[in-house]
Ligand binder design. Structure first.
Ligand SMILES: *Cc1c(COP(=O)(O)O)cnc(C)c1O
Length: 387
């Protein structure tokens, strides 16, 4: 018999929903026209993309012509940051971001430094929140872009984006947000948040991997990141991922329709699991206690290594994570945990459990039970643990 898998790493990726799969199937099988061709089967592909664009736009309160499909969150972040820098370099060469961004943002910023741009990295408090007053102080006459994520992928903290974006606009600075962990999980509306650009990724809300979008507010002109045949109204070349965008739109539509009940259910499971884990001595919640994503449980467990916890949980079929998927396998503790003020040795004991649609109360209780065993076992072997 196959071992039962309890998948609780939904911040890394989510399983494809039935709705998304069904929306993709025709474009992977009997319907294949290149949307740029002019015969009728190609026109069907074109129409499917434009319908997907309308659905994605509606899901975040945007207009269809403000949505540009990309290969995912990483490309959207790279495009927003690098192309804004390029477009506005004559106005200024200063950008602002936070200390807890995804690497797609931090590395894009880093790459600009070698081209003569300056980057201010805002600190966060012990919960991972950016202070709006700190942001305002950091803005200079030559600041051209602020990029702060909507919700963090490691600790689940949700930023006051509307407030931060308002400060940016008061100083006539563009505001981009990486909303990859937020879209499809908490309400995200570009008119309410007043952001200028917003990144999203389908595989974080039960859509397929390798497809995402960048929202660019009408009137903002940034050059393409990818040059070629002029797809996406000249701003993002490359033959469209027809099945991908259809899957993305269907997944997002479903996520938004079911959001009120799903988020309430996940928040209940999350709080139940957090309560059980914090009963283990020398453990601590990371991230904000209330302003956090409904499915995110993130803790540090002292005197043991997060990686060892993950490996032992895996023996029980539990798929969890220690920090972000990108830093797994590296020996450095997560920059997010260091930014919220945890010492290196504590940050090493991090555990992230991100719940999803399929998880039940039974899963949560099983995880808590096995975690107690795993922690006892590892602490017994740990030279740092003195009982
Ligand atoms: C997953 C993730 C990304 C990267 O998205 P991909 O589609 O995997 O490239 C960017 N930002 C955040 C916050 C993420 O969680």
């Amino acid at each position: 018999m196959q071992k039962r898998i309890i998948y609780v790493d939904n911040a890394a990726t989510t399983p494809l929903s039935k709705e998304a799969f069904e929306a993709m199937r025709p474009w992977l099988t009997e319907r294949w026209g290149n949307p740029s061709s002019i015969y009728s089967i190609a026109r069907d592909s074109r129409r499917a993309i434009e319908k997907a664009r309308e659905d994605v736009a509606a899901a975040i309160g945007a207009k269809p012509d403000e949505i540009y499909f990309t290969s995912g969150g990483t490309e959207s972040d790279n495009w927003a940051i690098k192309s804004t820098a390029k477009a506005f370099a004559s106005k200024g060469r200063h950008l602002i971001t936070s200390a807890i961004e995804h690497h797609a943002v931090t590395e894009s910023m880093e790459s600009l430094k070698s081209e003569g741009f300056e980057v201010t990295i805002l600190p966060v408090d012990k919960y991972g929140l950016v202070d709006p007053a700190e942001l305002e102080k950091a803005i200079r006459p030559d600041t051209i872009l602020i990029s702060i994520m909507t919700a963090n992928n490691e600790i689940g903290t949700i930023q006051p984006i509307a407030e931060l974006a308002e400060i940016a606009h008061k100083h006539k600075v563009l505001f981009h947000t990486d909303a990859v962990q937020a879209v499809g999980h908490i309400p995200v509306n570009v008119e309410e948040l007043k952001v200028d650009m917003l990144s999203m990724s389908a595989h974080k809300f039960h859509g397929p991997q390798g497809v995402g979008a960048l929202y660019i507010r009408k009137g903002i002109r940034i050059p393409p990141l990818l040059h070629g045949g002029g797809h996406e109204r000249g701003r993002r070349s490359g033959t469209e991922n027809v099945a991908g965008v259809c899957g993305m739109a269907a997944a997002l539509k479903h996520a938004i329709e079911t959001m009120p009940e799903t988020s309430a259910r996940l928040a209940r499971l999350r709080d139940r699991l957090i309560e059980k884990i914090l009963q283990i001595p020398h453990t601590q919640l990371t991230g904000h206690p209330e302003k956090r994503l409904p499915g995110t449980v993130s803790v540090v467990i002292n005197y043991i290594e997060g990686e060892s916890i993950i490996l032992l949980l895996d023996r029980y079929g539990i798929c969890a994570s220690s920090g972000s998927a990108c830093t797994s396998g590296s020996l450095d503790p997560s920059h997010v945990l260091l930014a919220i003020g945890l010492p290196h040795e504590v940050a090493h004991g991090s555990l992230r459990i991100t719940l999803g649609d399929d998880n039940t109360e039974e899963d949560v209780d099983f995880i808590a039970e096995k975690l107690v065993e795993v922690v006892e076992k590892l602490r017994a072997m740990s030279p740092l643990w003195k009982g």
